[in-house]
Ligand binder design. Structure first.
Ligand SMILES: Cc1cc2nc3c(=O)[nH]c(=O)nc-3n(C[C@H](O)[C@H](O)[C@H](O)COP(=O)(O)OP(=O)(O)OC[C@H]3O[C@@H](n4cnc5c(N)ncnc54)[C@H](O)[C@@H]3O)c2cc1C
Length: 499
């Protein structure tokens, strides 16, 4: 039975482990953190339980594809979000609820965008056509080289070409006039860790996936149930994880890596290696590839860094919705500054999840667990986070004002993770939350490949390799890398029956 070592226990690593195990590999995993999940992690503190980062996901059918491939039962329970989220504007104080039901959604925006119902149909129709014309052809495929990728792109109907040339903001501006609708629809660009002004209009397909195709889902008991469920399945298949193990170097013979070496000089040998650590960072720091030098990585575009807060509140907050965005009154200026300049700490834009609203077990009775995410510049542009308390305080005060309740004096637990935490804990380049950005020159065959350039038995899975970032993409990434391994090594043994 061939051995596979997986480095990193993010969602890409965990799903690759189960897919490989089903194909007859004996899988072992190593992880530098003290528990599994990577960014899909959990923080337990002072009686509160928080999901550390992801709070919902789209394209739930990718999990269905995964369990069918891995021949396991669905290890957690989806909850479809309705409304998907709410958006509050600082200047008007208005809150809009984003429903998948487009008649209800039109009603939300009727005062600011009277033609919304007609125009959203046109907008989503165009986005949906692009989604169906490109998803299987381009996103869910391995490419051997750039030429093959470009030839495949040429098969996407030419009518979509303008979407490659204009920005997401220009696309929504073609259909809508009010800033409320344009800014709300543009939030999906922030889900990609970018802004609508530098995100190509092709990503309007995400509006289609959120509003028409599959919506957003949460998990009963919290997002970390995904990891716990996968680990239970892994235990049945004798897939073990060794924690507190950080890979630092490797040994090779010819075009094969023979072992990866951890911080204690322990050698981890295997027939094949799948790296779930960031595919660009690992090539830089561990594989020492010149084409992935720190200088070169710094020149690439990275997604925004997270500034996250985990608050335990000693009262209920009925005013706070489950998933809520709090926007300011200077969207364009904010978006233009957020990447490169020090952001203005006193007028933050942020996202809040009232974790315990639907998962009551996440907070003691009568209390609330609240997660706040504020996208900020990465450590290239803002290396000093000694002012983190100031930003945290401003967000907490602003949130209290926006939902008209005192939060500040009811905090009984507070944890802040600024970009240096994210960089150090999960090995994210300059603290970038979602890995390499999704500009057209950083996706498909232009993204770091899932097969190593120099060593035949080293592969990559996760956000900074193909196809990209987010939970469903990590699941697709494991499908792609396993397809690649099977192509290189052939099937190990035939499907076994479900366990
Ligand atoms: C704040 C935040 C909010 C997010 N919200 C959402 C959301 O709502 N919905 C959504 O779909 N996505 C969201 N994402 C994105 C999502 O979390 C990621 O795309 C996904 O979890 C990445 O999975 P991955 O497989 O790339 O692995 P990762 O989660 O990056 O895991 C990689 C693992 O490798 C380990 N590792 C790294 N280097 C080494 C080494 N040298 N040796 C050993 N181990 C190593 C790390 O410790 C880590 O555990 C969010 C991300 C962040 C940061």
């Amino acid at each position: 039975m061939p051995n596979a070592l997986i480095i990193g226990t993010g969602l890409g690593g965990l799903t690759a482990a189960l897919r490989l195990s089903r194909r007859g590999y004996k899988v072992h995993m190593v992880e530098q953190y003290h528990q599994a999940g990577g960014r899909l992690n959990q923080l337990k503190k002072d009686g509160f339980t928080f999901d550390m980062a992801p709070s919902f996901f789209s394209m739930s059918y990718e999990f269905t594809e995964f369990i069918n491939d891995a021949e396991i039962p669905m290890p957690f329970e989806f909850i479809e979000l309705d409304p998907l989220y709410s958006v509050n504007f600082r200047d008007s104080g208005e809150t809009y609820r984003i429903y998948k039901n487009l008649d209800k959604l039109a009603n939300e925006f009727k005062a600011v965008e009277p033609d919304f119902r007609e125009n959203i149909d046109k907008y989503l129709n165009s986005a949906g056509k692009f989604f169906h014309d490109s998803s299987d052809l381009v996103i869910k495929r391995n490419f051997r080289n750039i030429a093959e990728y470009i030839l495949t792109l040429a098969r996407v109907p030419w009518g979509h070409a303008p979407k490659m040339l204009r920005s997401f903001w220009s696309e929504v501006s073609k259909y809508f006039t009010s800033r409320e609708v344009k800014e709300t629809l543009s939030l999906v660009a922030f889900f990609l860790g970018a802004t609508p002004f530098d995100t190509p209009a092709v990503y309007s397909l995400l509006s289609y996936t959120e509003l028409v195709h599959d919506g957003y889902h949460n998990v009963k008991g919290g997002m970390y149930k995904i990891v716990e469920g996968l680990i239970k399945e892994m235990e049945k298949q004798d897939i073990d994880i060794t924690f507190h193990t950080s890979i630092k170097s490797f040994e090779a013979q010819g075009d094969k890596v023979t072992a990866f070496i951890d911080q204690n000089d322990k050698k981890w040998e295997a027939d094949i290696f799948v790296v779930n650590a960031d595919a660009a960072v690992f090539r830089n720091k561990i594989m020492n590839k010149k084409s992935f030098s720190t200088q070169k990585l710094d020149k690439q575009k990275w997604t925004l860094a997270p500034f996250t807060m985990y608050l335990g509140i000693d009262k209920k907050l009925p005013e706070l919705e489950h998933h809520a965005y709090f926007l300011g009154d200077n969207f364009k200026e904010y978006a233009s500054k957020i990447f490169k300049n020090s952001i203005s700490l006193d007028k933050p834009y942020y996202y809040v999840t009232n974790v315990s609203k639907y998962n009551e077990e996440c907070a003691p009775e009568g209390q609330e667990a609240v997660f706040i995410l504020c996208p900020v510049p990465d450590l290239r542009y803002k290396p000093d986070w000694s002012d983190q308390e100031e930003l945290a305080d401003n967000i907490i005060t602003d949130l209290g004002n926006r939902i008209n309740t005192d939060i500040k004096n009811h905090i009984v637990s507070k944890t802040i993770y600024a970009p240096p935490f994210w960089e150090k804990t999960f090995g994210l380049h300059r603290g970038s939350g979602l890995g390499l950005a999704h500009d057209l020159n950083q996706i498909g065959a232009f993204r770091p490949s899932n097969a190593d350039e120099d060593y035949d038995n080293v592969y990559y899975v996760g956000s900074s390799t193909v196809p990209g970032t987010g939970l469903p993409m990590a699941v697709i990434s494991s499908k792609l890398v396993v397809e690649r391994i099977e192509k290189d090594y052939g099937p190990v043994h035939k499907k076994r029956t479900a366990v």
